[in-house]
Design a protein around this ligand. Sequence first.
Ligand SMILES: NC(=O)C1=CN([C@@H]2O[C@H](COP(=O)(O)OP(=O)(O)OC[C@H]3O[C@@H](n4cnc5c(N)ncnc54)[C@H](OP(=O)(O)O)[C@@H]3O)[C@@H](O)[C@H]2O)[C@@H](O)CC1
Ligand SMILES: [K+]
Length: 311
Amino acid sequence: MAVTGKIVILIVFVVGIIFQSPQMILRPGLLRALINNFTEGAFNIPLRISKHGHSHKSFLRGDPTSVMDNIPPEASKVKYLNQDEAIQVDVDLLKDYKFGVDTQLMELAGLSVATAVAKVYESKKAEHVLVVAGPGNNGGDGFVVARHLKMFGFENVTLLVARKPTKEGFLNLIYQAEHNQVMVSYDASSYRDHSATLIVDALFGFSFKPPVRPDYQPLMDILVSSSAKLVPVVAVDIPSGWDVENGPPTDDSIRYMPDMLVSLTAPKLCANHFQGSYHFLGGRFVPKTLADKYALNLPPYPGTECVVRLK
Ligand SMILES: NC(=O)C1=CN([C@@H]2O[C@H](COP(=O)(O)OP(=O)(O)OC[C@H]3O[C@@H](n4cnc5c(N)ncnc54)[C@H](OP(=O)(O)O)[C@@H]3O)[C@@H](O)[C@H]2O)[C@@H](O)CC1
Ligand SMILES: [K+]
């Protein structure tokens, strides 16, 4: 198979020269991939069609700049945090590393989630995306995700906010989303039968303690029913309703499996139960000394990317 692949590539290369297609031959990524494939014998299928119907046009496995097709070997060694560790890392980042500048961490976290979403669900840019945002910092990440999705070309983004925040930083994030043409709503009941084809779950993060309180059930319903209808749900840090350490609940009214999970800082133990398609790590802001303190074993982020794929 590897030999056949090399022969095919060689023919394409020669034909490219004959027909003088300098753009094709000289594309740096392509050229580098060709060289990699010849030198390392790591030929992979050039065009992968994902289950969402779009193609990942690279075949750069082994190319450190490709997030979609490159899962670094170190990904298997990353530490999964328990709830206390997750909270303590947060405290350290804010206190020892002075990340307390209002919403600075949220901005970086939300940007990384939006980046991963844009890579995987590029084909949904013209469709309706619904971001469900909760009352804590996980919700704050959601405010940022919604804005960056607009920036990345998603045309129809709605931000459904569980509870109007009082803190100025949070209000500013909502304001910024609105002023980037994100539709903002506080009425969960009007999204019971929504038309969104992609959901971002920014309802609860690592401070969630079960059971879900009744006033949040309509928001959980949106996640659970969407997932049941095979509308992909992207979980920010923790799939809402899940126990941070033990994973999915037994109660059907709050249990769902996201299609994609973006762990922030480091995966939490519940990520061991993730059975969706894509697991990313985001938030390239953890100082090395902090990573060492908690033995996080973070995998290298490719190139200048703010996300790395774990699964
Ligand atoms: N490195 C990091 O640390 C980073 C952290 N970041 C992000 O912060 C997230 C953690 O944020 P967080 O600590 O604010 O908690 P989070 O889970 O959003 O929610 C707490 C809220 O939920 C509520 N609530 C709780 N249980 C409930 C229940 N059963 N039913 C109903 N409500 C319930 C609770 O209400 P309360 O109990 O206080 O009344 C409170 O209002 C983390 O997952 C990540 O996304 C990134 O931004 C940057 C890097
Ligand atoms: K979440």
